[in-house]
Design a protein around this ligand. Structure first.
Ligand SMILES: Cc1cc2nc3c(=O)[nH]c(=O)nc-3n(C[C@H](O)[C@H](O)[C@H](O)COP(=O)(O)OP(=O)(O)OC[C@H]3O[C@@H](n4cnc5c(N)ncnc54)[C@H](O)[C@@H]3O)c2cc1C
Length: 500
């Protein structure tokens, strides 16, 4: 056991009691470190989310003892996912089976889930203080003073280390870095709950349409005939004069035949709520003297699928491991906290770099036809190639790192499918006559023309986009050259736990 602080309010103060903060608090308390977990809200509290808890996150929850809490085992299990384009099902698959991991996820409203993780932290010995917002902090040689505000006034706490897990609009990150994160790292998403939905309770639905692309929308059943329905988009892809996201979601629900079929007799419960997400930027620091960032506050969210709970739980654990070591060594300098940042980099930076580049490319609406065709090719291949489908499904479920998409099997399979699809198209057009022949070339010309048109009519924003693509491509190149092995995220899971 590590000794308990008495000249400080706690060894460690954690700002934000979402999955990242509560996981860090639980692990630290188990190490015997005195820890105070703060949140501006009172629990249970809602959090805008898709509520999908993937297999990796389930393993982390198991390590925290959350499955022992009443009600957990009754939460809805998702065993498969289906992908739709313009109302037509492209593919439906069960989650892949990976040794030592559940072949399912759960869909648990955050109002319930987050309260359970806080409860696990409390049971482990963390002191939980809600209804107090962290307003700032200042670091001195012998500690960190954390400013708090509540309806009854302001106060300051003293600790050895501050962990910032206060979400995507993190106050701790802003103060630590001295600036807000760049605007182009932002995704916005909305979600609503529906009752009395139709269709299977164990199936997650993901929808794409030309109208909403590059955004996507989803229906994730939460059990008992209810579902979480939402829409996510990269901020800069939302046209300035377009309907607000909530209105767009409602229009999509009415116009998408596949989604409408599931919501035919359903009723909206409550309001459509929105939330911004900050994606990972390797140039932004994750640690400083006596301060460390985890979860959404560190931008640890997969910009491809918006998944962040597993990264919040993982980074909360990694932060706790490093901080516990610092408490043992009485060293809280940025250098002593650096093993945490290195771990995030080792486990996640390559994946985040790949996901960022893809999102940057997708962000240009001129390339929409290319991406929609790629989606068709990938799903067509997955329908007939089980090993390929296993990898694609693994990436979607957050089980396999996104860099598996760059494996020989995936690239080879996709090229093969593209060549075959082109050959089939060529044969069909040969028999359809000259009018159809020109349409093949026209598709490609249309994309090129659209990009050239964008470059001429709005050179500044086109140049800006191009610079971001180049910079993200360079970052991916650097990460790829480090030769990171595409090991499943299972390697990052805690020591043997029963997963439920
Ligand atoms: C619409 C949408 C859908 C999503 N769907 C999914 C999904 O299906 N699956 C998935 O894995 N991820 C999903 N995510 C991402 C996921 O919600 C986040 O990655 C996850 O919540 C991150 O956890 P966290 O603990 O880092 O932050 P949060 O869960 O945001 O927790 C931060 C906590 O800090 C508190 N706080 C904030 N400021 C202060 C302050 N100044 N002082 C004190 N406390 C403060 C907040 O009250 C909150 O409790 C989605 C996100 C959105 C927006």
């Amino acid at each position: 056991m590590i000794r308990i602080a008495n000249d400080y309010d706690a060894d460690v103060v954690i700002a934000g009691a979402g999955p990242a903060g509560a996981a860090a608090a639980c692990h630290l308390a188990r190490y015997g470190v005195s820890v105070m977990l703060l949140d501006r809200s009172s629990f249970p509290r809602d959090k805008v989310c898709g509520d999908f808890v993937g297999p990796v996150a389930l393993a982390e929850l198991g390590a925290l003892g959350v499955p022992d809490i009443d009600g957990y085992l009754a939460t809805n299990i998702a065993r498969r996912a289906a992908l739709y384009l313009d109302g037509h099902e492209l593919i439906s698959r069960f989650f892949p089976n990976l040794e030592g991991m559940p072949s399912y996820g759960r869909v648990v409203p955050r109002y319930v889930l987050d309260n359970w993780i806080v409860e696990a932290a409390r049971r482990a010995g963390a002191r939980v203080i809600t209804g107090h917002a962290v307003t700032g902090f200042s670091v001195a040689d012998d500690g960190v003073a954390v400013g708090l505000a509540s309806p009854s006034g302001t106060l300051a706490l003293r600790a050895r280390v501050l962990i910032g897990t206060d979400g995507s609009s993190s106050t701790v990150a802003r103060v630590m870095r001295g600036a807000l994160p760049p605007r182009d790292d932002r995704i916005v998403a909305v979600r609503a709950y529906y009752e009395n939905i139709a269709g299977p309770n164990d199936q997650l639905d993901l929808y794409f349409t030309r109208r909403a692309f590059p955004g996507y929308y989803w229906l994730f059943p939460t059990g008992g005939g209810e579902a979480n329905v939402g829409l996510g988009m990269v901020l800069e892809t939302i046209p300035a004069h377009a309907e607000a996201l909530a209105a767009l979601l409602k229009r999509l629900i009415d116009s998408d035949s596949a989604l409408a079929a599931r919501l035919n007799t359903a009723r909206l419960r409550g309001k459509v709520a929105g939330w911004p997400l900050m994606t990972y930027d390797h140039r932004l620091a994750l640690v400083d003297d006596r301060v460390i960032l985890a979860g959404d506050a560190a931008g640890l969210i997969n910009p491809l699928n918006g998944e962040g709970i597993q990264y919040a739980l993982l980074s909360g654990r990694w932060a706790a491991e490093t901080v516990a070591q610092c408490v043992r060594n009485h060293d809280y300098s940025a250098a002593a906290l650096m093993p945490y940042a290195s771990r995030v980099e080792r486990e996640l930076r390559y994946d985040m770099a790949l996901a960022r580049l893809i999102v940057q490319l997708i962000a240009n609406r001129g390339l929409n036809p290319v991406w929609l065709e790629a989606l068709r090719l990938i799903t067509a291949r997955a329908r007939k190639d089980a090993a390929y489908a296993e990898i694609a499904g693994g990436i979607l479920a957050g089980l396999a790192p996104a860099r598996s998409a760059l494996s020989v099997r995936m690239i080879g399979g996709t090229i093969d499918q593209a060549a075959m699809s082109l050959a089939i198209k060529a044969v069909l057009t040969t028999f359809s006559g000259p009018a159809a022949w020109s349409s093949l070339g026209l598709d490609a010309a249309q994309v090129g023309f659209q990009l050239a048109y964008d470059a001429m009519t709005n050179p500044l924003s086109f140049g800006d986009w191009l610079m971001r693509v180049v910079s993200d491509a360079l970052e991916l190149g650097v990460q790829a050259s480090k030769g990171v092995v595409a090991a499943p995220l299972v390697s990052a899971r805690p020591a043997a736990v029963a997963i439920r």
